[in-house]
Design a binder for this molecule. Structure first.
Ligand code: APR
Ligand code: ZN
Length: 247
């Protein structure tokens, strides 16, 4: 049975508090490609060569070439109606927090305050040897002079503060995300294939704690059968219509 935005609006009203979990699909309308769509990043780049901590240690310059391209795209991107609708729903007290897998910082720039970045962000890069943390602007400046930015303290190659495959998620962020999923009356997933763990497991945290799951996504996810409401549609249009329906 195809669900409508008014089904989703009723669920948001009835099953507070509502926590939102977003993936790359909410940022494609800002011009940032996602990962697993046919036109996604992993169709062009092998994640095993560019997105694992082993690949980074083996060839940091190659991984930085990949991230330098992504930094250009990500810093040029602007929040889209999907991000803005979630910020509006937070202002109205209808969304408690956004847990995001995205590293683009667009939720914060859209005006959302309670944002949990479980896969880190491009906002800074850190030194694996001495722990020095360098803000994005300095990293971009350093990338003009060298293909892999050196640590200003000890000279080792900096690593983007994004979670690579084979790395643990930032403990504070994933613990907070699990706490939010457990207290959520509704976990609303937007624009994620829910293929990557442990984040995909947040859906089970909510449902096993008695909460409901809703999914707004183009294409299937492995958790569709757990969803009380599932809308196969664009994030921007659907979230704008949702904010409208809840006005
Ligand atoms: N509206 C709705 N859904 C969309 C839109 C859109 N405008 N654009 C894309 N989608 C859907 C795609 O069809 C896909 O199902 O969003 C989903 C995005 O899934 P992925 O590309 O797998 O992105 P995500 O779920 O965020 O990936 C999780 O994988 O590679 C790692 O660390 C990376 O954080 C990322 C994680
Ligand atoms: Zn260092």
């Amino acid at each position: 049975m195809a669900h409508t935005v008014s089904d989703l609006a009723a669920l948001v009203r009835e099953r507070q508090p509502c926590v939102v979990l977003t993936g790359a699909g909410i940022s494609t309308e800002s011009g940032v490609p996602d990962f697993r769509s046919p036109s996604g990043i992993w169709a062009k780049y092998d994640p095993m060569e560019y997105a694992t901590i082993t690949a980074f240690r083996r060839d940091p310059v190659k991984v930085w070439e990949f991230y330098a391209l992504r930094f250009e795209l990500l810093t040029a991107a602007e929040p889209n109606p999907g991000h803005l609708a979630l910020a509006e729903l937070e202002r109205r007290g209808l969304v408690t927090a956004v847990v995001t897998q995205n590293i683009d910082g667009l939720h914060t720039r859209a005006g959302s305050h309670a944002v949990v970045e479980v896969h880190g962000s491009i906002r800074s890069a850190s030194c694996l040897d001495c722990g020095e943390r360098v803000p994005l602007e300095e990293v971009i400046a350093a990338l003009r002079d060298s293909p892999a930015p050196p640590c200003p303290q000890c000279g080792a190659v900096l690593k983007p503060d994004v979670v690579m495959f084979g790395e643990l998620l930032p403990a504070l962020a994933i613990d907070r995300a699990i706490e939010l999923a457990r207290l959520a009356g509704l976990l609303l997933v937007v624009g994620s294939s829910l293929e990557v763990h442990p984040v995909a497991g947040l859906t089970g945290e909510t449902v096993s704690a008695g909460g409901a799951l809703a999914i707004v996504n183009r294409g299937q996810t492995p958790f569709d059968r757990l969803a009380s409401v599932r809308i196969d549609g664009g994030a921007g249009a659907t979230l704008s219509a949702l904010a409208e329906a809840l006005a």
